[in-house]
Design a protein around this ligand. Structure first.
Ligand code: S3P
Length: 458
């Protein structure tokens, strides 16, 4: 794990380009470890994200009895316990900063008949868990949590799970996945109905592992129902994790904004339910091309080629939010440098991410001299056809995506941008600074904010 400095400063970049491979997809990495732990025999995982969030999931699964190992070549091996085979952990399960890890794990624990206590870091302990406890209670699990359904909480899994039909109140892949993972050890057919499609990595990977699934979309409402037949026996297999499209979006926006910039991002997951930011950047006039589309472990993957060009503000509909929910911070940076107004609608869920991202984006852009307003769940950004002045210290609120997005902004502002605490970057994008700097960025832990760094960037 690279030692990520607390404070980082990004200075204006003259060139930005190359062929880059960002680390593995965080969502898929959590799922690969968890399904590996549920399978009988060995699952091998290549390209696993070795970020702190995923390492917390690996540690939790070890505490629950699965063997999870990394070999010298970087390939991970999981010796699974079989469905229903997890064992009571000897200690509290600490999921760190990982909302996905915590919520999906609660799904698995809900249908294992023992009691576990789950906690996380200061940020995760503020995040709502009620949304997963509610359906998991219907299946039969019992929970005791802090006020507001927050961690730490105790979960007593049920020995007699009941299959349910559950309609998600919000389009959340985490809640959907928690129910589907609980359904793995539930007899009969469990159905989840989602009002609007959210990322479907769990469904795809379950199918890869041979679980019987059915999906139907109601043509009238667009609602999708997903049914899983529980208590199958699944066997370990080889899983290849694509590069994370959310991490790749940071390099993509940098390439669009830096004059003369251009990157090829290799092996990126291009699942349509994760591709919203790339479509939006194209609609803004950006040069974004997909090459060599192929399938790997049930997921579409491609090389994405991005070239610098002027961007124009647009209206982004709320319906697109689930397909780009983690990319609003970096999209807001692109919008701040575009010509004209960008309106990003339907962002209520941003308030309950690793930080209140609506506040964090608006506060950071204003500090950097951008014009931004929040109206209800809409973020309105007035682009002035070039970067805002910069020269600010931005509060990251221990949110990796806020920290990285503002370091991208500092690559094009006249004055450098400093992020007060960049340590959270290690949760999702280990090696961010070196990858960006190898492509031409100048991000370092230089103390001064106004002067050039003297030599090496970390
Ligand atoms: C994720 C789903 C999203 C996303 C998160 C990862 C997942 O959260 O923000 O970073 O892997 O299922 P919601 O499902 O709560 O929207």
């Amino acid at each position: 794990m690279p030692n990520m400095s607390a404070r980082l400063t990004s200075f204006r970049t003259d060139v930005f380009g190359g062929t880059l491979r960002v680390p593995g997809d965080k969502s898929i990495s959590h799922r690969a470890l968890m399904l590996g732990a549920m399978a009988v025999g060995e699952t091998t995982i290549t390209g696993l994200l070795e970020g702190e969030d995923v390492l917390h999931t690996a540690a939790a699964l070890r505490a629950l009895g699965a063997a999870v190992m990394r070999d010298a070549s970087g390939c991970w091996r999981v010796l699974g316990r079989g469905i229903g085979g997890l064992v009571e952990p000897a200690d509290v399960l600490d999921m760190g900063n990982a909302g996905t890890g915590a919520r999906l794990l609660l799904g698995l624990l809900a249908t294992h008949p023992f009691t576990s206590v789950v906690t996380g870091d200061a940020s995760l302990r503020t995040r709502p868990m009620q949304r997963v406890m509610e359906p998991l209670r219907r299946i039969g699990a019992r929970f005791l949590s802090r006020a507001g359904g927050r961690l730490p909480l105790a979960v007593a899994g049920t020995a007699s799970p009941v299959p349910i039909v559950y309609t998600l109140p919000v389009a959340s892949a985490q809640v959907k996945s928690a129910v589907l993972l609980a359904a793995l050890n539930t007899p009969g057919a469990t159905t989840v109905i989602e009002p609007a499609p959210s990322r479907d990595h769990t469904e795809r990977m379950l199918q890869e592992f041979g679980v019987t699934m059915r999906a139907e979309t109601d043509p009238a409402t667009g609602a999708k129902s997903i049914t899983l037949i529980g208590q199958p026996e699944i066997s370990g297999r080889a899983v290849s994790v694509p590069a994370d499209p959310s991490s790749a979006a940071l390099a993509a926006v940098a390439a669009l904004l830096v004059p003369g910039g251009g990157v090829t991002l290799t092996g990126v997951g291009v699942n349509p339910l994760r591709y919203g930011v790339y479509e939006t950047l194209r609609e803004m006039g950006g040069s974004v091309e997909k090459h060599h589309e192929r399938m790997e472990s049930g997921e579409p993957v491609a090389d994405i080629v991005i070239r610098h060009g002027a961007l124009t503000g647009i209206d982004v509909p709320a319906a697109r939010a689930p397909a780009m929910i983690d990319e609003y911070p970096v999209l807001a940076i692109a919008a701040a440098c575009a010509h004209g107004i960008t309106r990003l609608h339907g962002l209520a869920e941003l308030r309950v991410k690793e930080s209140d991202r609506l506040v964090a984006i608006a506060r950071g852009l204003s500090a950097c001299g951008g014009q931004v307003a929040v109206e209800g769940d809409t973020l309105i950004i007035h682009g002035s056809g070039g970067p805002p002045p910069g020269g600010a210290r931005v509060v990251s609120a221990f949110d990796h995506r806020i920290a990285m997005a503002f370091l991208v902004l500092g690559m094009v502002t006249g004055a450098p941008v400093t992020v007060d605490d960049a340590q959270a970057i290690a949760t999702s994008f280990p090696g961010f600074v070196s990858l960006m700097n190898d492509a031409g960025a100048r991000i370092g832990n230089h103390e001064g904010e106004d002067s050039e760094p003297s030599s090496v960037f970390c």
